[in-house]
Design a binder for this molecule. Sequence first.
Ligand SMILES: Cc1cc2nc3c(=O)[nH]c(=O)nc-3n(C[C@H](O)[C@H](O)[C@H](O)COP(=O)(O)OP(=O)(O)OC[C@H]3O[C@@H](n4cnc5c(N)ncnc54)[C@H](O)[C@@H]3O)c2cc1C
Length: 401
Amino acid sequence: MTDPIAVLGCGPAGMATALALHTVGHEVRIYERYPEARPAGIILNLWPPPIRALEEMGVDTVDLGAPCHTTFRNAYTGHVRAETHLPDDVIARYQGGFIGMLRPVLYERMLGAMPDGIIQVNRTVTGIRDHGDGVQLTFADGSTVQTPVLIGADGIDSVVRTHLWGASPKREHRLQVIGGYTTEMPESAERNEAVIAHTRRVQGSYSAIRDHGRDGYQWWVLEAWDPEKPAPTDLHAHASELARDFGAALTDLIAATKHENTQRWAIRDRKPLTRWSRGRVTLAGDAAHATSPYAAYGAGMAIGDGYTLAKLLKHVDLASTPAVEEALLEYDRRRIPHTTSQVQQAYILGKAFHHIPRPLRPLRDFMLDRTDMLQKQVGDRSPQEIVDQLQEMGAETLANA
Ligand SMILES: Cc1cc2nc3c(=O)[nH]c(=O)nc-3n(C[C@H](O)[C@H](O)[C@H](O)COP(=O)(O)OP(=O)(O)OC[C@H]3O[C@@H](n4cnc5c(N)ncnc54)[C@H](O)[C@@H]3O)c2cc1C
């Protein structure tokens, strides 16, 4: 019997990886630095591939979120610049397609599916040594464990990524997002919609959610922001001010949101890697592909990483170094092109909507309103990638692969 596979970090990537590995029959442990798995943030949407992956990992996805039809609009005129069209069978099969939810609810569901004994908390990894036949982890208290495979799911500041590929600077997007949620239901907000709207310099959006059986909405406003500048002191007031040009729905939703349900994030990512895995060590989630929320897919991709990794490791003899290495390299081949394209698209969209010089903004908006540029890029391409991802997951489930 081999030592358990080690997963570093108990975010969406770590939980998905552990659940998927457990489902395919491997022993696994998650090592988390904090006293509990705690969600960094509140707002979230998931596409069908992660929903399917969660189902196969044994996560209860019934009523996890609200189905949303998604449009991209000109905030001033309401003109629909792009609309996502998922195939009807995908919408019918995956609870409506694009699902709006709260991050703590996703955590509850994933933790609810986690067998006892997998998660170890207050375990900060400080040392990693791949000695060929296995990997030794050293913790802050000086204790050590041996593992046949280490998966770094330890977020954007991953120590595993630095161990494998060296330190790299974070890429500042010079953007900030303020978001929140409410279970009040103002008449002005459209039901079962994700409305993503832009003025010349601000994105203001909302989407339907479910919160423990109740309907509600999450919302967010996004603007250019100098990372050297302190955060606005009153987030709620700042968000209301930004929402002025977006019509009644966004204003009403922000007004209905409790201050403690409002948060801010500075947006940054890292330049995509061309390789994740080396020897018996690999990466998943933001550790591998930190992504701007413009993709609305960071957590979704994190769940997809864990799913793919478990399928590839299912029949692998973990004592065999060449077999482990080959499975991890195949994981790189399957995941890196897709995640890199999402990371780069999200980065470019942030630039196009918020960092274009002022004189060019009318031209940009003319193009967005009068051509099918945005429809092709996000309305058609993203749903096609979703369908491609579902196809790549194949007919075999984690359990019967
Ligand atoms: C405003 C905002 C909106 C977003 N919206 C969406 C969306 O709509 N859809 C979507 O799919 N994604 C979205 N994302 C992206 C998504 O939140 C992230 O991609 C996702 O949380 C990444 O999960 P992760 O598990 O890789 O990393 P994390 O969630 O960062 O988890 C990493 C874990 O590792 C632990 N850890 C770190 N270092 C160590 C160590 N040395 N030892 C032990 N443990 C360690 C941490 O404590 C943490 O628990 C959004 C992000 C933001 C900021």
